[in-house]
Design a protein around this ligand. Structure first.
Ligand code: PLP
Length: 384
């Protein structure tokens, strides 16, 4: 006995407004002739979900439009996207350049995995064009940058870095997760590839882990082929959430940025706060560049308290609205004492060696009203 659907009962998707979730490992063919037409390139079709899935394709097309890219490719996480790009572009003895203030696990890949495979990695102590110019001559395969950087929100001179990469014939890879394509589109400023942890603003609801790479068709096709081998695909349920997140990305990020700027101004004027890192403030060392490159300043506000760094723990304990959690970019505000959350394995000294000061608080603003977040912060700061 079989309760399977008959061959002639299988249907194409109806004219659904939202992309259906194609929860299937494999796609089917009506005949050997149809299969042959597919393999010869005469007929376009899906084959097996490791090679592509229509739900993922819908999200990839929407993201490519937002990034101003020829194509996008989804991955199982932001880290899967970053590691796959590095693995595809680098080889033993090839050189890559990465600034010190990059996301810690991106540096871990460069300085751990890639070095183990014989890649030469230059870590820039300062992310300036002068320090790039000071690098020794010789071929460079990959130049990497983050805008804004996580968690200190530095804004590199992307345009000048792109010129340098072109001069040295390096591929220029930009992770713009903290800005999201709503605020900054790396490909318009000379990057070859734009990377997103779609877990953050793109997914936007703290309910999906995903990554994406956008760029020219040739390079994305090559990455797609590599992905079919490495298997780092995103499942269709997650791809659906990414596609849905993209629909409201711009609205959410604009609202979050408005609130974040007001909160940064509030914190900058507070006597218990010694330093605020937010590119929208004139006091930020890269404010002019932020104005030049970004359409708003994003949703992360990092800050330090007057006095003992342990007060950061007191503050995160006292706050009532943001959840104490790693991550950022969702509808709910999140807060963390950064070295305690993200560097627990290597401790405060290890974090300081990587340029992160003890006591740095990273506040990811969500969709709550500004006044509610301000009052919560004001009350908690008063109690310190
Ligand atoms: N890039 C940046 C700038 C990040 O902040 C993160 C995670 O926080 C990642 C990449 C990694 O993304 P995922 O957690 O989706 O793997």
């Amino acid at each position: 006995m079989s309760n399977n659907m008959r061959r002639d009962e299988r249907t194409e998707a109806k004219k659904s407004l939202s992309p259906p979730i194609f929860q299937t490992a494999t796609f089917t063919f009506d005949s050997a002739d149809e299969l042959e037409a597919f393999h010869s390139g005469e007929k376009d079709a899906f084959f097996y979900s490791r090679y592509g899935n229509p739900t993922n394709e819908a999200a990839e097309k929407r993201l490519a439009r937002l990034e101003g890219a020829e194509a996008s490719l989804l991955y199982a996480s932001g880290m899967a996207a970053i590691s796959s790009v590095f693995l595809s572009l680098l080889a033993p003895k090839a050189r890559m350049v990465i600034p010190q203030e990059s996301y810690r696990h991106t540096r871990d890949i460069a300085e751990g995995l890639l070095i183990r495979y014989g890649v030469c990695v230059d870590v820039l102590a300062e992310n300036s064009v002068e320090s790039l110019e000071a690098l020794p001559d010789g071929p460079v395969r990959v130049l990497f940058a983050e805008i804004p950087s996580n968690p200190t929100l530095r804004i590199p001179d992307i345009g000048k870095m792109a010129e340098w990469a072109q001069k040295r014939r390096a591929r220029f890879i930009v992770d713009s997760t903290v800005a999201s394509p709503a605020l900054f589109r790396p490909l318009e400023h000379g990057a070859d590839l734009a990377i997103q942890s779609a877990t953050k603003y793109i997914g936007g609801h703290n309910d999906v882990v995903a990554g994406a790479v956008s760029g020219g068709l040739d390079i994305i096709d090559a990455l797609r082929e590599q992905q079919a081998l490495l298997g780092s695909i995103l499942g269709p349920q997650e791809a659906f959430l990414v596609e849905r997140g993209l629909k409201t990305l711009e609205l959410r990020v604009r609202r979050i940025s408005d609130t974040a700027l007001k909160l940064a101004e509030f914190l900058a004027g507070h006597p218990n706060v010694s330093r605020v890192h937010y590119p929208g403030l004139e006091s930020h060392p890269d404010h002019q560049r932020a104005v030049q490159y970004m359409t708003a300043f994003g949703g992360i506000v990092s800050f330090e308290l007057e006095g003992d760094p342990d007060k950061a723990d007191e503050l995160v304990n006292t706050l009532q609205i943001p959840v104490l959690a790693p991550g950022f970019g969702g509808t709910e505000s999140q807060v963390e004492h950064h070295v305690k959350m993200a560097y627990a394995d290597i401790g405060i000294q290890g974090a300081e060696n990587r340029g992160i000061t003890a006591g740095l608080i990273r506040y990811s603003v969500g969709l709550e009203d500004f006044e509610v977040l301000r009052d919560d912060l004001g009350e908690s700061l008063k109690k310190l």
